[in-house]
Write a protein that binds this ligand. Sequence first.
Ligand code: NAD
Ligand code: DAU
Length: 335
Amino acid sequence: MIIIVTGGAGFIGSNFITYMLKQHPEYKIINVDVLTYAGNLENLKSIESHSNYKLAKVDITDVQEIDKLFSQGVDVVVNFAAESHVDRSILEPDVFVKTNVLGTQVLLDAAKKYRVTKFVQVSTDEVYGSLGATGLFTEETPLTPNSPYSASKAGGDLLVRAYHETFGLPVNITRCSNNYGPYQFPEKLIPLMISRALADQALPVYGDGMNIRDWLYVEDHCSAIDLVIHEGVNGEVYNIGGNNERTNVHIVNTVLQELGKPDSLISYVQDRPGHDRRYGIDPTKITNELGWKPKHTFETGIKETIQWYLNNKEWWTRIQSGEYQKYAALQYGTR
Ligand code: NAD
Ligand code: DAU
């Protein structure tokens, strides 16, 4: 099987490629990644010389290059490539529309032309918008995205759906909750708080800190996508989540406790505009129909993750000393 994995140098994509080459060493994996600020080849060090792994530094919005790549043979596409950070989408929405909507459409056209046997769109629970105090997102929840990021992901999802309905393209859409684990870029909540707490910097908690996210260890997301590639019923959407709802304040306090740092580091700052209050995934469909089960509990996963960041300080300090500085200065100033 030849699998094109887009965005394979990012957080989840790199974990996914590593996972797949372990599970299916006979599959050929082509990592299509243009290496934006979030793409990091260091994430793939452990498999970079695997004989069934290849990197193609290509932008998914580049019609000619994508066509050339697909013409060389492909069975399955897993589309991770995206602009993924909500705060950046508030500063710079245009690139989110370009990559997440147009890029998806370019891939769909190539997938249709070269008759791939499966196109998996890796999407997010954020397309469903925000929950009140009760209830969970199911696959039937209407799409009501609130940020430019989630709106662009919803746009991509709708195109994937349309290519199935109109052209019969064999697709699945997966919608996962917040991931955490090794190689997550230090702009996202958990690695941001770990890295700043270690430097005794203020930890910026938006609003009242009581927003809720539903956390899943990245490897469990990877195992779900592996299952969807093989068992997913064409045209179906699968929600992925491990029933781990936590407030942001709980997350930040856990990080502080694990690192032995004082909670005086917490700094409540202005809320994120359009900040979704609560996410919670109902994973009944993928559990009952495909037999997926996460392996990691939040309590063990968060400890392992914090330990990984302690053991891999060089990985994130290198990121922080590069282009990231500009964004951090804008976002956090001298706090
Ligand atoms: P990430 O930002 O860490 O990585 C994105 C990758 O895509 C990078 O390697 C980047 O270089 C690449 N990329 C961006 N634009 C590209 C383009 N035009 N052409 C080719 N490559 C491009 O993102 P992530 O957190 O690993 O998320 C991966 C996917 O999973 C995204 O589609 C995201 O919407 C989805 N998702 C993420 C989470 C989460 O919690 N992180 C949860 C659910 C779904
Ligand atoms: O739900 C899945 C989504 O999870 C993915 O689709 C996105 O790609 C991914 O970035 C993530 O989005 P969030 O906005 O939930 O993640 P983030 O880490 O940016 O923020 C998590 C929560 O923490 C959110 O409620 C905002 C809050 N937060 C975040 C940052 C960066 C803070 O309070 N302070 C911060 O500095």
